[in-house]
Design a protein around this ligand. Structure first.
Ligand code: BGC
Ligand code: ZN
Length: 366
């Protein structure tokens, strides 16, 4: 099969010939890849800053944001049939029986660090024609979502974050009786990439008054998209943090989707009373920057604030993402489509992975 992968030892990115996978266990499902999204993690792997091939392989097949169609199932597969659409999760458990998280299918909280991730860490990814996976790592998607289901994985970042927010904030009487748990609260999304925009949609659906604070000055296509869903786009290039805070009022929640620290820590300074700040970005290695640490500490204590980092997503986050994507599609059909800025053939991989980042979400169609 043709696959896009990296050979870290040779610092090469290219189309590789990869053996077609076979069903070797009764609970295996064979899937034909339909689409694979490209994200910052893939670009970092192609920079050789991140990513590890499986042991015994000199290459790693990329791709962790996939939509596929079931083509064959093992004898003990009860949940899927050929023709079904599926989205795989990313992380696979570590082999240690002493890891309570992996033993309970919560490998997103693995304690040993020996988990693997498809297309990222020691397991091949989905940027190829077929893959085989255990049924418990696959999520069913309805045919109505076929054109947007490649966005499920990036949306799981927000879904896991929001699940964490409810848990962490249960430390205080935070949510009111409303069916929308974010009703009456203000959320700020940092960054207007796919993770930020999908996060803003999820926060709005949960009832938060939502602002997106991102670099580019208005007007620009991302700002237009954000405003069209009823969030409020404000440019950090034209509105400094203090002024932004005055416009927004008490900030109950910050959802960081920038992947760099400077603006994030500036906004941490204006987080509101009892506020929660969720970091989701993974910055590259960079020189140190000054931070007003005493001020931050003073505020965090006097305002009961909390900062939490979150990585990877469990199965419920995928299920919630699939549910919410259907809601987004009804509520904002055009905006949701506009998150996917381009669909390209496999051969276009070089520009997408190594060229200048452009658009919002770029997708490879197989
Ligand atoms: C993926 C996560 C993964 C993380 C770190 C992200 O791009 O969405 O599933 O855990 O990278 O490897
Ligand atoms: Zn990703």
């Amino acid at each position: 099969m043709r696959a896009v992968g990296v050979i870290p030892q040779k610092r090469q990115v290219g189309i590789l010939s990869h053996t077609a996978p076979r069903i070797t266990s009764p609970k295996h499902v064979k899937v034909r890849t339909i689409e694979v999204g490209i994200c910052g993690t893939d670009r970092e792997i192609c920079n050789f800053d991140y990513g590890t091939p499986p042991s015994g392989s000199d290459y790693l097949v990329l791709g962790h944001e996939a939509l596929g169609e079931v083509v064959d199932v093992g004898p003990e597969v009860s949940d899927f049939r050929p023709g079904d659409l599926v989205v795989p999760t990313v992380r696979r458990p570590c082999p240690h029986h002493g890891c309570p998280s992996c033993q309970e299918d919560r490998q997103d909280f693995c304690v040993t660090g020996d988990f693997t991730e498809r297309g990222i860490k020691m397991t091949h990814g989905f940027m190829t024609e077929f893959f085989v996976e255990e049924q418990k790592h696959l999520n069913a998607v309805s045919k109505e979502l076929r054109d947007v289901a490649v966005l499920v994985e990036p949306l799981t970042v927000a879904e896991k974050a929001i699940a964490q927010v409810w848990q962490v904030q249960s430390r205080l009487p935070w949510v009111n009786g409303s069916t929308q748990r974010g009703h009456g609260k203000t959320a700020v999304v940092l960054g207007a990439g796919p993770v930020g925009i999908l996060g803003a949609m999820a926060l709005i659906v949960n009832g938060f008054k939502t602002y997106v604070y991102s670099r580019s000055a208005k007007p620009n296509p991302k700002a237009a998209l954000v405003d069209s869903i009823g969030a409020n786009y404000i440019s950090s290039d034209t509105v400094p943090v203090d002024e932004f805070a005055k416009q927004v009022g008490n900030i109950d929640l910050v959802y960081e989707a920038l992947g760099s620290a400077r603006i994030a820590f500036d906004v941490l300074k204006v987080l509101g009373l009892n506020g929660i700040f969720v970091f989701t970005g993974i910055p590259g290695h960079k020189p140190a920057i000054p931070v007003e640490a005493d001020l931050l500490m003073r505020q965090m204590v006097l305002k009961n604030q909390i900062a939490v980092g979150t990585v990877n997503a469990d199965r419920p986050a995928f299920e919630n993402a699939i549910r919410d994507l259907a809601i987004f599609k009804k509520r904002w059909p055009q905006a949701l489509q506009a998150v996917i800025t381009g669909r390209y053939p496999l051969d276009a991989y070089r520009d997408l992975l190594l060229g200048k980042a452009a658009g919002i979400k770029n997708v490879i169609t197989l």
